[in-house]
Design a protein around this ligand. Structure first.
Ligand SMILES: [Zn+2]
Length: 310
């Protein structure tokens, strides 16, 4: 296998595709390419996505209707996993919202899990995170979420969408349960809101991983806390720029996070919205001089170690 560092320096995209990587901040229904959808007869118009609200609107307009039946949902998921394989992702940890159990499988937990289990590939290992979208959460969904967590099928849990739109106290019970089941507890925090909110999430949820977390660089005390706890940050630079949470790749907070010694992985978030696959993310960070080839290779190898050293 080619050496990752040489491949990055020589900008050999084909060789880069053959080098093992992980993607552990990946939303399962929005991670296929636009081309894949067009090839499958889906009309996705060029609605502009440049902030979190336009992303949510796009999702509701085009993606939710496709998830009303198994066939549409399977099409979206297959597109995600095909892209993972095409780009050299060996392990993907992907978020699927509990709402899919309700809307696609009429709340039949067994059927939902049977369906997820059917996605199997020789050269890609899939780990499922149970997603809970803050924005649409209601107390009446509590029982099904607890039931899904207790199946022990999901390897992780992830709290998504608008940060703090509902108080953390509403979700604490899920995180206590997930931590007690030794799941990979993830939470989206510090993308839209500042370091204070990351601090609140660390205190409230005791997460093992934070999705984005880029605003942590604003507060050294929170960085210190995250470092002591060994929290892993799954950072998606292009997503942050498109949605307006970071100025540029060159000035992206990932640099400061890495230099401070935080554990970081590089990920794609929603390929369909941001049009930047895992290899693109590595190339951009290298070309802009944000991180060195050594730092990028260390990040890649650290990611693989999360799956291969246990
Ligand atoms: Zn995300």
């Amino acid at each position: 296998m080619d050496n990752f560092k040489n491949v990055l320096i020589s900008n050999d995209l084909n060789a880069l595709k053959n080098i093992d990587k992980i993607d552990i901040h990946n939303h399962s229904v929005s991670s296929c390419t636009k081309k894949y959808l067009i090839d499958h007869g889906i009309n996705i118009f060029n609605d502009k996505i440049d902030d979190i609200q336009s992303l949510i609107n796009f999702s509701r307009k085009y993606l939710t209707p496709l998830q009303l039946d198994e066939e549409g949902l399977a099409m979206l998921l297959n597109g995600n996993f095909e892209n993972c394989i095409d780009t050299g992702v060996k392990y993907v940890s992907t978020e699927i919202d509990y709402k899919n159990c309700i809307r696609t499988f009429n709340s039949d937990v067994d059927k939902f899990i049977e369906f997820l289990k059917s996605f199997k590939y020789n050269n890609l290992k899939i780990f499922w995170d149970l997603g809970i979208s803050r924005d649409s959460y209601k107390e009446e969904y509590k029982n099904i979420i607890i039931k899904l967590l207790n199946t022990k099928f999901f390897s992780g849990i992830d709290l998504t969408s608008t940060e703090n739109s509902i108080p953390n106290s509403q979700f604490k019970e899920f995180y206590d349960l997930a931590n007690s089941l030794n799941m990979v507890t993830k939470v989206h925090a510090g993308e839209q809101l500042g370091a204070n909110y990351i601090y609140d999430c660390i205190k409230d949820f005791n997460p093992k991983q934070i999705q984005h977390g880029i605003h942590i660089v604003e507060d050294e005390k929170v960085m210190q806390l995250a470092k002591e706890k060994g929290i892993v940050f799954n950072v998606c630079p292009t997503s942050n720029i498109v949605l307006g949470y970071a100025k540029s790749i060159k000035e992206h907070p990932i640099k400061k996070m890495v230099e401070y010694g935080l554990k970081v992985t590089i990920a794609t978030d929603d390929l369909l919205f941001f049009d930047s696959n895992i290899n693109d993310e590595y190339i951009k960070l290298y070309k802009e001089g944000t991180l060195s080839v050594e730092q990028l290779d260390d990040i890649r190898l650290f990611g693989l170690s999360l799956f291969e050293n246990n």
